[in-house]
Design a protein around this ligand. Structure first.
Ligand code: SF4
Ligand code: SF4
Length: 129
């Protein structure tokens, strides 16, 4: 969801149901938790508990998920209807940095599947409700 100056971006977040927000391991740093705490007017400890959980690596914290119709689960801050981030200004740094290139792998996959299905709104998913 980052923009690179002067380079043509080859993905379109507005045409994507926020595939990247379904990634299970969205790592948050202490500064991200501090930003979330300030945004919601709660303590860092509360923000850490409420919005994050233990990751795979020692000391790692990742964003909590909740159920999602497309992907089974997705970040708890994703609006399930609009597919927009509900805390855009306070989102973790990694969310602002991604994909960090002109291309987005998720978007390439989405485009390919939509071309195969001949359906511009098709959402491929491995999730079977
Ligand atoms: S998966 Fe890629 S195209 Fe889709 S919202 Fe994320 S950055 Fe944008
Ligand atoms: S904080 Fe926002 S941008 Fe980051 S994963 Fe969650 S919904 Fe997506």
């Amino acid at each position: 969801m980052a923009k690179k100056k002067g380079l043509k971006i080859l993905y379109d977040c507005d045409a994507c149901p926020a595939y990247c927000c379904s990634y299970a391991r969205i790592i948050v740093e202490d500064k991200d938790i501090a930003r979330l705490a300030k945004y919601f007017g709660i303590s860092r400890k509360e923000a850490r508990r409420k919005f994050t959980k233990k990751g795979h690596e020692p000391g790692e914290r990742i964003l909590r998920h909740r159920r999602d119709d497309h992907y089974g689960t997705a970040c708890r801050f994703l609006d399930r209807e609009t597919r927009q981030c509900t805390i855009y200004k306070a989102r973790p740094g990694i969310c602002g940095d991604y994909p960090g290139l002109r291309k987005c792998g998720y978007y390439d996959f989405l485009k390919f599947e939509r071309m195969l299905q001949e359906d511009d709104e098709f959402v491929p998913t491995a999730y079977n409700p």
